[in-house]
Design a protein around this ligand. Structure first.
Ligand code: GUN
Length: 281
């Protein structure tokens, strides 16, 4: 039997509706500022989507576009000014940044209470000790998608392919918190299929088109595809959808799976930051 498709668009819409309703009763509109450096076409599309999503739920939204050759100092000054801006509750610097800019230094400059990506060392550290304040959006969305299947995470073996700060590391921590036994795989995990075949929950976030084939998936597994690689004019996931959906019980499509959830959870984080504004400064 073919796997059931986990519809990220529908789940994201439900979250957006909740966020819109909660925001409408707030005295001050939640405000999100997104900084983009340079002209990377994919980053520009993501930023436009984030801006559109903010408008749709009634948030105040600011996009700061800086040139590719902007100095690190100028970028840090921009962050500092947004840190002090009382209309802005969330700040996000779209990644990746150009090579001459120290990404860690830039992220560390964001006020942790406005860090709606959850990427600052403070928020990452909080996640490690199980104190979930602002949790990175994609991992948060992934957990919600798994929960939407009705299958319990607790007691399952989850295998995460990819160890990035944005997805692999935080999603592994969240899965552990939910009671899964977690294996983290990366480019040196060999042979990869010896790990993936043991997964009740398989998450791939490496950006290698069709890396995970059906014969690498355990029968009945939940498969979450976080990959989004542009191949020609289409976006292709890490999972070979056709062969994997013959074996899995549930699977996310690309596009329309994890992607919409990332933006919906970013809105949730911004709402949360706005609700706490003033209480925790
Ligand atoms: N680039 C790719 N994904 C993300 C994300 O979730 N946040 C930011 N800031 N940049 C990204």
């Amino acid at each position: 039997m073919k796997a059931k498709i986990i519809d990220g668009k529908m789940a994201a819409e439900a979250i957006r509706n909740q966020v819109r309703e909660k925001a409408s009763s707030m005295k001050v509109k939640p405000g999100l500022a997104v900084i983009i450096v340079g002209n990377d076409p994919a980053s520009k599309i993501y930023v436009r989507k984030k801006e559109q999503a903010c408008r749709e739920v009634g948030f105040h939204s600011v996009v700061v576009e800086l040139p590719e050759d902007v100095s690190e100092l100028k970028l840090l000054q921009q962050i500092d000014s947004l840190n002090q801006d009382r209309k802005i509750h969330g700040i996000l610097v779209q990644l990746p940044l150009p090579g001459h800019i120290d990404e860690r230094l830039v992220i560390d400059a964001i006020l942790p209470t406005k860090d709606v990506d959850g990427f600052t060392p403070i928020n990452m550290g909080n996640l490690v000790v199980g104190d979930n304040r602002l949790v990175p959006s994609t991992p948060r969305g992934i957990i919600k998608l798994i929960e939407s299947t009705g299958i319990k995470i607790s007691g399952k073996h989850a295998v995460v392919v990819g160890r990035s700060n944005i997805v692999g590391k935080p999603v592994s921590l969240l899965l552990q918190q939910h009671g899964a036994t977690v294996t983290m795989c990366h480019s040196r995990s060999s042979p990869l299929e010896s790990y993936t075949k043991q997964a009740d929950i398989l998450i791939s976030a490496v950006g290698k088109p069709k890396l995970i084939k059906g014969d690498m998936v355990k029968k009945g597994a939940i498969v979450i595809d976080v990959g989004t690689t542009k191949v020609g004019s289409s976006i292709v996931g890490d999972v070979d959808f056709d062969s994997a959906s013959d074996v899995a019980s549930f699977i996310t499509p690309v596009p329309g799976g994890v992607g919409p959830m990332t933006i919906a959870c970013l809105l949730e984080n911004t709402l949360q930051a706005a609700q706490s504004f003033g209480k925790n400064l």
